[in-house]
Design a protein around this ligand. Structure first.
Ligand SMILES: Cc1cc2nc3c(=O)[nH]c(=O)nc-3n(C[C@H](O)[C@H](O)[C@H](O)COP(=O)(O)OP(=O)(O)OC[C@H]3O[C@@H](n4cnc5c(N)ncnc54)[C@H](O)[C@@H]3O)c2cc1C
Length: 684
């Protein structure tokens, strides 16, 4: 309590502070990282990094980090999947018509289910494998990847995670696609706010059936993947009503079509969502239920059940906690969406960076023109994205592991990390693909060069499986709850801040309010990832404190309700969530760097520094207005980014090779001999 008061006083009074980092001429005294050897290596970071040759051996080490040091079995599984995807049915065909593409995607899904690499049950027991499976499919075709994530991730995942033993009998038919499935949660009236879902599942004790009903047109299920044409079964989320009481949202397994004719069953109507701006291989559709009867056993009853008489029981008494537990089946989906988005970004970077090493434009007369990669603008557009893909991958791997091994205690942490990383990674994917497409000039527009198609096909990841803006609110809400619990002495709700606490940063910060002022820097300190990390910790805690003050002020002085205060502070809420995700990403990456071998460490550290400096530069207005950096540092940060980019120039190709994108998917003409390619008039 006392320590927190110091923190609060510090924040309250620091408007009058000097700049926290201002001096150019003071030799650094690092408080958390006083290891001389490390300081020396930081000073030499760029030199050390430049001397390294990333040969095949080191590329393998980088790949191992990106794949989270996979065991032999996982590698074999990936190889088997990659081999399977060599079948001609998976050949990339960007020019087929709308209906052909849908049929082709369905046939590809079924082809995947022959001698399947992934089994339904593994979605629960081997989540790492599922995530690898999905992120590899992205390289083959995004529509296939999404259709697969609907069938195996959402449909199979909901049966496996929300059902009980009696539902295991369906696993085999799901694996072989005999039970081709949908996940029907969203309604026309309610997408982000799923608590507002209207569909009813009323229990009839006389027949021991549920009656599924769409009470209004806003209750129609919409955007449901696989629902327009091919899906024959669906996990339908509906309000369970029994003996006149509504027990809230529950999942029900409902057959919606005849498996042979694909005609909707009695009482079911479906409609097509029509052509989309991308992802047209997926048949998204709408569904209405007109008093459709299903057996009582089709309630996926892990978190709520009824007996024959309709008496409700649940292992989780609190309806809010129960609701969240049910939606936990979505968490896996969110982490996978993040992983898939990172794959898409990797593909874009592989293509744009490879092209930039062969494409020349402008230069002195009679001399070779400049390679695109040697323009600092090219480096500044591509290399920070390259760094972020590395940093995000390590973060995603951390969340995957936490998800796979989660206990009841850290389930909430996993939920929030998944929300934060899903939003950060998909936003970054969007930015990366746009930049890659621009960096390829006109070639970026050719469908054969893949980037544009990938950009359109992945765009939905910003808003589905939880809209990013909405997900980030959940992150900040939890940070506030945890912070509050330190004051009230109540049990901590999540461990979100604990890493920072345990690392000692905040302890030092609380004991010594001049902590940050001691960390004055020379330019080389702008190359110290630990020193830069302090800026992220400082920003996060300052924003947290500011949000608390703002909300309190709005409720107390402006007499707003809690929700009004929250909604009118959403800009700040999102800033805080973003600050949190960036800080955790850096910490997790630095942990991974610690474990890496010395011959690749400087390159990894350079990537980390580039990520940190770019993020600081993006938010320089905040750091300057909060007097963390003196204005003069703004220019120094920009110059240092240029230097780090230069130092990474010769590593860029090995760094994208380390993505280990299987060669059969590297078909974009501009990554090969594109002059030869375009010399053939038949090619495009
Ligand atoms: C191609 C595709 C596939 C899909 N597949 C499925 C599927 O298989 N199954 C399924 O159930 N659903 C599916 N969906 C639906 C998807 O999950 C929803 O679109 C998503 O949840 C967003 O809901 P919404 O479209 O109603 O948007 P809204 O919730 O209406 O959001 C619209 C905008 O308002 C903003 N907003 C909303 N609430 C707030 C708030 N509290 N604060 C600030 N801003 C807010 C959002 O940020 C967003 O920008 C799919 C959608 C698409 C497009």
């Amino acid at each position: 309590m006392e320590r927190l008061s110091v923190l609060c006083n510090h924040f309250d009074n620091d408007d009058n502070n000097q700049y926290l980092l201002q001096s150019n001429d003071v030799v650094a005294t690092s408080t958390t990282n006083s290891n001389n050897q490390q300081t020396a290596s930081v000073n030499n970071l760029l030199q050390l990094s430049s001397k390294i040759q990333l040969d095949s051996n080191k590329i393998e080490k980088l790949t191992a980090i990106l794949f989270d040091h996979p065991d032999k079995q996982l590698q074999e599984d990936r190889n088997r999947l990659v081999d399977k995807l060599k079948d001609p049915i998976f050949e990339w065909k960007p020019y087929v018509s709308f209906h052909e593409l849908r049929e082709l995607t369905q046939n590809r899904l079924v082809a995947l289910s022959h001698d399947p690499v992934l089994k339904c049950s593994e979605i629960v027991t081997n989540y790492k494998k599922f995530s690898m499976f999905q992120s590899t499919l992205v390289y083959s075709d995004m529509s296939l990847a999404v259709k697969s994530s609907v069938h195996w991730g959402l449909f199979a995942g909901s049966v496996a995670c929300l059902g009980t033993e009696k539902h295991e009998k369906y696993f085999n038919d799901i694996d072989t696609c005999k039970m081709n499935g949908c996940f029907a949660l969203t309604e026309l009236g309610h997408g982000s706010n799923v608590k507002g879902v209207e569909t009813i599942a009323e229990y009839d004790p006389a027949t021991q059936e549920f009656i599924i009903h769409t009470p209004s047109d806003t209750a129609q299920k919409i955007w449901i993947g696989n629902a327009a044409t091919y899906g024959c079964f669906a996990t339908v989320f509906a309000n369970l009503v029994s003996n006149g009481q509504n027990y809230g949202l529950h999942p029900f397994l409902v057959q919606i079509r005849d498996t042979k004719t694909l005609e909707p069953l009695k009482g079911i109507s479906t409609a097509d969502n029509g052509p989309k701006i991308g992802l047209n291989g997926v048949d998204n559709g709408r569904i209405w239920f007109n008093k459709v009867r299903i057996p009582k056993d089709n309630l996926l009853n892990k978190f709520g059940d009824i007996d024959n008489a309709g008496v409700y029981s649940t292992p989780i008494k609190n309806p809010n906690v129960r609701f969240n537990s049910m939606l936990e089946s979505l968490i896996g989906g969110r982490i996978t969406v993040a992983n898939m988005a990172n794959s898409a970004a990797k593909m874009g970077l592989y293509i744009a960076i490879s092209y930039a090493f062969t494409r020349r434009q402008f230069g002195p007369t009679n001399q070779k023109e400049e390679l695109l990669i040697d323009y600092i603008t090219h480096q500044r557009r591509l290399f920070p994205q390259l760094a972020e893909v590395y940093i995000n991958q390590v973060g995603i791997n951390y969340v995957i592991n936490k998800f796979q091994n989660k206990t009841d205690k850290d389930a909430r942490d996993v939920f929030l990390l998944a929300c934060g990383f899903k939003a950060a990674t998909t936003w970054n994917r969007s930015k990366t693909l746009q930049l890659c497409r621009e960096c390829c000039g006109g070639q970026g527009m050719a469908a054969s060069n893949k980037i544009g198609i990938l950009r359109a096909d992945t765009d939905v990841d910003l808003t589905y499986e939880g809209d990013n803006t909405v997900l980030m609110q959940a992150v900040s809400k939890a940070l506030l709850q945890e912070f509050k619990s330190y004051f009230t002495g109540t049990k901590r709700i999540t461990g979100m801040l604990s890493y920072t606490y345990s690392k000692g940063h905040i302890g030092i910060f609380l004991r010594n309010k001049n902590f940050f002022t001691k960390r004055l820097h020379t330019e080389s300190h702008l190359l110290d990832p630990d020193v830069l990390l302090d800026a992220f910790i400082y920003r996060e805690f300052k924003l947290l404190r500011l949000l608390i003050k703002t909300l309190r002020g709005k409720v107390k002085n402006e007499k707003m309700s809690g929700i009004q205060a929250w909604n009118s502070s959403l800009d700040l809420v999102l800033q805080l969530a973003n600050a949190y995700v960036e800080r955790v990403s850096i910490e997790k990456f630095l942990e991974e760097v610690q474990k890496a071998s010395d011959d690749i460490k400087p390159v990894l550290l350079s990537l980390c520094v580039l990520y940190e400096l770019t993020k600081i530069e993006n938010d320089l207005g905040w750091f300057l207005s909060n007097k963390y950096f003196a204005p003069i540092k703004g220019q120094a940060i920009g110059n240092t980014i240029n230097k780090v980019c230069n130092s990474l120039r010769d590593h860029a190709i090995p760094l994208v090779k380390a993505f280990d994108i299987p060669s059969q998917f590297l078909t974009a003409p501009i990554i090969g001999d594109w002059v030869a390619h375009y010399s053939n008039p038949k090619n495009f």
